[in-house]
Design a protein around this ligand. Structure first.
Ligand code: RRO
Length: 295
């Protein structure tokens, strides 16, 4: 297996301790859990998404555990502005605030609460099951460009997380790039559903949800590969990564760093597990690996 040299890395203006970042939505609702993931080897952490008003989320069941992944429809539950104090103890750490809104003004307002308190923002333009939020606006290139500009123009590093639930993800990636994104994160969950044959009803309270975990890894690799050919800004690979070899594969597709989410629910020490296999002092430089699968 390919091994790479360890060390800090800056992606889209955010200084990370290594290439492995905790993805939004997993153990990101408290300062304590984010801090724990940093102490367990994450090179950076992304918070659960925070929006302009508090939300309870969708009615349950909100999560279904499948053989090869997780199906969720949490429904963007968040405490809104109160989250600023929740993560105050993490000042100076590589914490990226995931934020959402319905329009550029709301994105700018939420970003304003966190300005000077986080290392950067990740714009959630990709939640697959939120009316008026996430993919509802993240599938429109003009809105993606405007929402990105509303935050990036403040000068704070801005990542944009994309939905795979579009015909051409490169059109959305290029819109984020035009809007001043420092990096693109690909991908959020794949819109999906399961039905309980016993109950004759959808498993999730919201009926539809987002699929994450190993089932979507090939979708993530394909999206990163396409974006690498279309965009100049760095790409952060996300979706079903569980091993060091998965990280290398994402890098070969074009990712400069990766986010890991669902795998944390099976192994709280996943960052240490992957790092032990991925990094060696005599490993190759990442530049040799990133995008090398493109001919
Ligand atoms: O909260 C959620 O239901 C959720 C979000 Br914000 C997201 O971005 N992706 C997802 O699968 N679920």
């Amino acid at each position: 297996m390919v091994v790479i040299r360890p060390g800090p890395v800056t992606v889209g203006g955010v200084a990370l301790k290594n290439h492995l970042v905790l993805a939004a939505g997993v153990l990101g609702t408290t300062g304590a859990s984010l801090s724990r993931m940093l102490s367990l080897g994450a090179g950076g952490v992304v918070t659960k998404s925070v929006g302009p008003v508090p939300k309870d989320g969708h009615p349950g069941p909100c999560v279904a555990v499948l053989d090869d992944g997780l199906l969720n429809a949490m429904g963007l539950p968040n405490p809104s502005k109160d989250f600023v104090e929740e993560i105050a103890p993490l000042a100076g750490k590589p914490v990226v605030a995931s934020i959402f809104g319905t329009n550029p003004e709301e994105f700018a307002a939420v970003a304003g609460w966190f300005t000077g308190r986080v290392a950067g923002f990740e714009l959630n333009l990709s939640c697959p099951h939120a009316e008026g939020y996430g993919a509802a606006i993240g599938t429109d290139p003009k809105l993606v460009e405007a929402c990105t500009r509303a935050v990036s123009s403040t000068g704070i590093p801005t990542w944009v997380k994309l939905t795979p639930n579009v015909t051409d993800i490169t059109a959305i990636g290029k819109a984020a790039e035009r809007g001043g994104a420092g990096a693109i994160v690909a991908i959020n969950t794949v819109k999906a559903m399961r039905i309980s044959t016993g109950l004759r009803r959808p498993v999730l309270g919201n009926r539809y949800g987002g699929l994450s975990g190993t089932a979507i890894f090939p979708v993530g690799v394909r999206c990163v590969y396409e974006l690498y050919e279309a965009c100049k800004i760095p790409i952060i690979g996300c979706g079903g990564i569980v091993s060091a070899d998965n990280v290398v594969e994402m890098m070969m597709a074009g990712a400069r760093a990766v986010e890991i989410g669902s795998a944390v629910s099976d192994n709280i020490r996943i960052f240490e597990t992957i790092s032990a296999e991925l990094y060696a002092k005599d490993g190759c430089g990442v530049e040799e690996i990133i995008g090398c699968a493109h001919g």
